[in-house]
Design a protein around this ligand. Sequence first.
Ligand code: CTP
Length: 398
Amino acid sequence: MSGERGRVLLAVCGGIAAYKACEVLRALQKSGCEVRVTMTEDATRFVGPVTFESLSGAPVATSLYDYPGSAIPHISLAEWADVAVVVPATANVLAKMACGIADDCLTTTLLACACPVLVAPGMNVHMWQNPATQANVSTLRERGVRFVGPDSGRLACGEVGEGKLASVDEVVEAALALLAPRDLAGFRVLVNAGPTHEAIDPVRYIANRSTGKMGYAIAAAAARRGAEVTLVSGPTSLVTPADARRVDVVSAAQMHDAMLAAFDAADVAICSAAVADYTPVAPADHKLKKSHEHLDAIQLTETADILADLCATKGARVVVGFAAETDDLLAHAQEKVDHKGADLIVANDVSRPESTFGADTNRVALVTANGIEQLDTMPLANVADAILDWVRNHASRQ
Ligand code: CTP
């Protein structure tokens, strides 16, 4: 059980095909994966947890309150996993996943998973074809959940039709395809993310609409792919990606200092942060009174350009910037390649719903001095992987 291929969380739900999950577990192990298991209570009626415990060599998580080795199994398992595979996925668990319901160990763990999630449905044909189930499947697909099967055939209930769990080989192949290669092992990747807050006084500040989701997705994907990741983050409400070192900053000046300090020990820098372009010249040390303290005329000064400063000292290292635009996207992005000296500018049109601030998808173009590659609208994790693929092909470990 070396696990050199990756770590798979097997989520077993209460359907007759639960016994097939044992075979999936075995096949994953044979392919070099380490497997841990969480089960619903109903699943334990079909196959005892002892079976999965013996096969996996690890405790099986069936309860949020009783899991050896961790007081918070749903978080530790979700962070541990490189991929989560739901076998068999029942209509009930699909519905809970689509609604974000977390009312047992399995669904809570799935909700906490930032890794790719693969779902292998197995159920009665009418339950599968029910518009409610189909709507849930569409919702989950849109969010980036991958599906394998179901196949058509004779079902355990005696009916013939769609709903049969995909074959063990299909499930395993789909899971392996989702296991990120650790192709960035040895790379030190520095990422910045989120907005900055520029203080006007102790109460007020200037900020922007960035949520940091894109940068956090890049940091998570880079860490998953084996890179040593430092994430310099402006104020966000996001959870630190597993295995990333996070440095919190507030202002553009703090982000500038943190990025330049960390760049010494980096092979790659990816500047996805929406850094404030201007900051108040003299933030007040007390709350300004609107009646007589000139809140209508705050004097601003331009901030230092972090991306341009990194590019000025980068040498052979790869530096990636972003261009969030509302018009003339590609022309502006190309200007940024030229002016800032970045190797790659990731351009997105923030006036479109699929690529705006806070969206879970993005539609970007990869713009370099040599040309433009337009990518499709994809979940943020896939956009992150596409950017990192470009980085892997152009960067070298220093
Ligand atoms: N950037 C930076 N430091 C700044 C401003 C921007 O590092 N003070 C970086 C961003 O992180 C991004 C790139 O520069 O990678 C482009 O940012 P953007 O806001 O699109 O462009 P600006 O250079 O600020 O120009 P403009 O706002 O006029 O488009």
